[in-house]
Design a protein around this ligand. Structure first.
Ligand SMILES: NC(=O)c1ccc[n+]([C@@H]2O[C@H](COP(=O)([O-])OP(=O)(O)OC[C@H]3O[C@@H](n4cnc5c(N)ncnc54)[C@H](O)[C@@H]3O)[C@@H](O)[C@H]2O)c1
Length: 340
């Protein structure tokens, strides 16, 4: 099979810890070039992974004809501009979460992607939930095995991005700069950074949201952006859902719970990947593989490109999650329920 040739935009923590190591394990992938406005990061990353070309201007890299696809792994406010330029240069694009920082930008990506239906534009983190466990949950829901789901919760939390940013700075021999805490550089806090996971899980399992109300606060961090929030959602199906995210919690959590009239599902809860209560059998803790295949995120994207199939995490789906996040910020600001 012909290799899919990648360019990486943003040579920071997530590219060095996740994207490039994953791609180097996939025979059908080749990382041709890396771009970062920080020259040293681009250079050190290209040396670390023996990547032949490095750039400080991603636009120059996008002009290369030997690049088929790019991964956008820069700070969130830059995702839209870079993605649109990549599409205009006829590249497939994988966009790091959060897709953008507002729904105007995510709508822009949707529009440009629609003009180029031959390109695959994949929005994270939807594909992270394409696992045997989530497939099982979807089939349990489809078959009505826990009855009618009336309520749901999703929580994503950890102790904050500082330690991670410190480690990334150390990797490059730099002073730490926690841009995640900057209103200008991040354009939002934990709701963008971790709330996107909680909301994606709810949308992935339960469909679209209709009404949103939220409390968003900065309670502990020396941060210009939020560090805790709770988002109350009425889904289109009528399900009442709560999505929470926090940067002030230890140990971190990544939980999802679905409450049906005949049963309950807890995902990633107190040491269990999945716990299901069904009447009359009671609690069960089925054992399932955690992932479908190693490097699934990147293999899935490559398969979509090679086989011309739709990625899990379309621009439209990402845009819907961005609308919920934006509505949550608006609700918290004005103290109102926002209809999406
Ligand atoms: N598990 C995950 O999926 C996960 C984990 C961490 C971060 N992320 C996301 O990935 C993105 C990047 O986060 P990170 O932790 O790698 O941050 P980082 O600060 O470590 O890396 C970002 C890099 O982008 C570079 N950059 C900034 N503007 C640029 C531009 N215009 N052109 C080229 N390079 C540019 C910076 O110099 C930096 O090296 C964020 O949106 C973040 O939310 C996802």
């Amino acid at each position: 099979m012909k290799k899919v040739r990648f360019g990486i935009i943003g040579a920071g923590g997530i590219s060095n810890h996740f994207h490039i190591p994953e791609l180097t394990k996939i025979e059908e992938a080749e990382v041709v070039a890396v771009a970062d406005i920080n020259r040293e990061r681009a250079r050190m990353t290209s040396e670390r992974f023996s990547i032949r070309h490095c750039y400080t201007d991603y636009r120059e890299m996008l002009m290369r004809e030997d690049i088929d696809a790019v991964i956008v792994a820069t700070p969130h406010p830059t995702h839209a501009q870079i993605t649109v330029e990549a599409i205009k240069n006829h590249k497939h694009v994988m966009i790091q979460k959060p897709m953008t920082t507002n729904s105007r930008d995510s709508a822009w990506i949707v529009e440009e992607a629609r003009k180029n239906p031959d390109l695959k534009v994949m929005v994270l983190p939807f594909v992270y939930y394409d696992t045997p466990i989530y497939d099982h949950v979807k089939s349990v829901l489809r078959n009505g095995e826990i009855g009618k789901v009336c309520m749901a919760e999703a929580r994503t939390s950890h102790g904050g991005p500082e330690k991670y940013m410190q480690e990334v700075a150390q990797m490059f021999g730099e002073e730490v700069n926690v841009w995640f805490f900057s209103a200008e550089k991040a354009q939002g806090g934990v709701l963008l950074d971790l709330g996107v996971y909680s909301l994606t899980r709810l949308v992935y399992l339960l469909g679209r949201a209709k009404k949103v109300s939220a409390l968003v606060a900065t309670l502990d961090k020396s941060s210009e952006v939020d560090d805790n929030n709770a988002v109350l959602i009425e889904m289109e199906s009528g399900v009442i859902a709560v999505a929470e995210s926090s940067w002030t919690q230890t140990p971190g959590q990544n939980t999802t719970s679905l409450y049906g009239t005949k049963g309950t599902i807890h995902l990633n809860y107190l040491g269990y990947d999945i716990a299901i209560f069904k009447e009359p059998s009671g609690w069960a803790y089925p054992n399932m593989p955690k992932e479908k295949e190693p490097q699934h995120t990147h293999r899935h994207f490559i398969n979509c490109i090679v086989n011309d199939t739709t990625p899990i995490g379309t621009p439209e789906e990402g845009h819907h999650v961005m609308r919920i996040i934006e509505a949550a910020y608006e609700s918290a600001k004005y103290g109102r329920i926002i209809t999406i």
